[in-house]
Design a binder for this molecule. Structure first.
Ligand code: MNI
Length: 495
């Protein structure tokens, strides 16, 4: 979305059809002020918060995983078959160009449960086929139950929302007026009522969350035995309708997550359940009031936190330059502190930044992408860039030509670490990784190094090279003869 910066921040409140509607810029301006104020508070508290994630998602060999990939893709949202415009050849391209190892793959409730209690196995077959493409290439997959604006059924032409089936969209006759900016549909009475009915704030539809949890159970029973599927993102960008703040997040959102985790655990003991905060607010740097979700699986809980980051000044079309840059940097640091705190409150859970992204034709866009990846590395978050769609936000043009984003996303990173990651950083042609080796791990530490940046291979200090596959850019290393019990620091540079 783009608002003209030239029109400034004047506040315009209009009353229309008995509904109070904020002018878009007034709404944005109010929020920016709130975010900046929150930034001050967070800065004051920063010393008290954790510096990095307490844990990582692990693989079957006991290695800590770092996720590097895309949300694939927005094109699935409104597609009649619910599938992204994405082929096996497209996967080969991103693998060769950016060394990705992860995907946040969009699925939708409308496709899983097209009518109440009826599940579409054909759709799950189609998803399973895509999952197998990733599995064949050693990727890990997070299935993301996507929604924006609740569902396609919020307007007669189906042009705006996505996610829930029409039968689960109860707007009770309330209107949904038109907007240029898609986010403003979230303020429409009919959309708010659809959410209120799902959360059962109205008291009229306790069955909807039962259906949702059961739909997830169907998905989980289908993928429980597929090792490549490591996580389920339980709901994309939840929204509380008339319930906002901690009343929503600590209330019905936490309860819905608990219901869904319980339903999943009846059929799938091992796949991680990823929780998102409410998007509105958190995406911009405000804190979350999400409550603790129990996971009674044997061997310890597998809950993760998967928030999104969309600094508001950038959303308004300013990019990462001028006065916006400082506001965006402030937002990143407040958002990071809030994310680490929430992950700690959820039990020291792993973190995946499930979405961030921007129109990379904006000024300073690549610097922003770089800054976010650096933050994610040093704090121990995996990343799924939004998104793997063609065009100005994505890595490729419609004709398949690589865009500017590719060079920034083709960066060194540890894919799987045989031990506990303490911290890692990377730059052009270099990577530093500190970790505590785990002698029990059944496979070696695997690091991706962009082949172009390492034409003569890597030089490794602090560990021994086990193998270097120049065609894939995959380096495997093992600790030296006496790693001891403490952490080791490995530095890698181009030969
Ligand atoms: O920016 C948002 C966003 C803004 C406002 C609201 N509300 C008012 C509730 C909610 C969300 N989302 C960012 C991205 N998320 C989707 C996919 O999940 C992308 O298409 C958006 O760019």
């Amino acid at each position: 979305m783009v608002a003209s910066p030239a029109t400034g921040w004047q506040s315009t409140t209009t009353v229309e059809e008995g509904t109070v509607r904020w002018g878009a810029r007034a709404w944005a301006a109010t929020t920016i002020v709130a975010v900046v104020a929150a930034g001050g508070v967070a800065a004051a508290l920063r010393d008290a918060g954790p510096e990095r994630a307490a844990s990582f998602i692990t693989d079957g060999q006991g290695r800590s995983l770092v996720q590097h990939g895309f949300s694939t893709a927005g094109s699935a949202k409104s597609a009649p078959d619910g599938l992204p415009d994405f082929s096996e050849a497209d996967l080969d391209a991103e693998h060769a160009d950016m060394g990705t190892n992860f995907v946040r793959f969009l699925i939708s409730w409308r496709m899983v449960e097209p009518s109440p209690g009826v599940y579409d196995e054909g759709y799950l077959d189609d998803v399973a086929e895509r999952v197998s493409w990733y599995a064949d290439r050693g990727y890990h997959v997070m299935l993301d139950m996507h929604q924006d604006l609740w569902s396609m059924a919020i307007t007669p032409d189906g042009a705006h929302g996505n996610g829930a089936p029409a039968w689960a969209t109860y707007m009770d006759g309330l209107p949904v007026n038109d907007h240029d900016m898609w986010e403003l549909y979230y303020l429409e009475p009919g959309v708010i009522r659809a959410f209120d009915n799902f959360w059962n704030t109205t008291g009229e539809h306790p069955e909807l969350q039962q259906h949702y949890a059961h739909a997830w159970q169907k998905v989980a029973s289908r993928f429980a035995d597929e090792d490549a599927v490591v996580a389920y993102d339980l709901m994309n960008e939840p929204y509380g309708g008339t319930l906002q703040g901690a009343r929503f997040e600590a209330g019905p959102l936490t309860q819905m997550y608990q219901l869904t985790v319980n339903a999943i655990r009846e059929v799938d003991a091992d796949t991680w359940a990823c929780l998102e905060p409410q998007a509105m607010g958190f995406n911009w740097g405000l804190p979350s009031g999400l409550g603790f979700v129990e996971d009674s699986r044997e061997g310890g809980p597998r809950i993760a936190f998967c928030p999104h980051l969309y600094p508001l000044p950038m959303d308004l079309g300013d990019g990462y330059s001028g006065s916006s840059k400082g506001l965006v940097d402030g937002t990143i640091s407040v958002w990071t502190a809030n994310t680490l705190r929430t992950a700690e409150a959820l039990g020291g859970v792993p973190i995946i930044l499930g979405e961030f992204g921007l129109d990379t034709t904006l000024p300073g866009a690549l610097d922003y992408v770089d800054a976010v990846y650096d933050m994610a590395a040093s704090t121990g978050m995996g990343v799924a860039y939004w998104s793997r769609d063609d065009g100005s936000w994505g890595p490729y043009d419609e004709d398949g030509t690589a865009r500017n984003l590719v060079s920034v996303l083709d960066r060194p990173y540890p894919r799987a670490v045989a031990g506990e990651i303490v911290e890692w950083t990377s730059g052009d042609g270099e990577l530093t990784l500190e970790f505590i080796p785990d002698a029990e791990a059944k496979a070696s530490t695997e690091i991706y190094l962009p082949p172009d940046a390492f034409p003569d291979g890597p030089v490794v200090d602090g560990a021994e090279i086990e193998a270097w596959l120049p065609s894939d850019g995959i380096l495997t290393i093992v600790p030296g003869s006496d790693p001891g019990a403490d952490s080791i620091t490995v530095t890698i540079s181009a030969a």
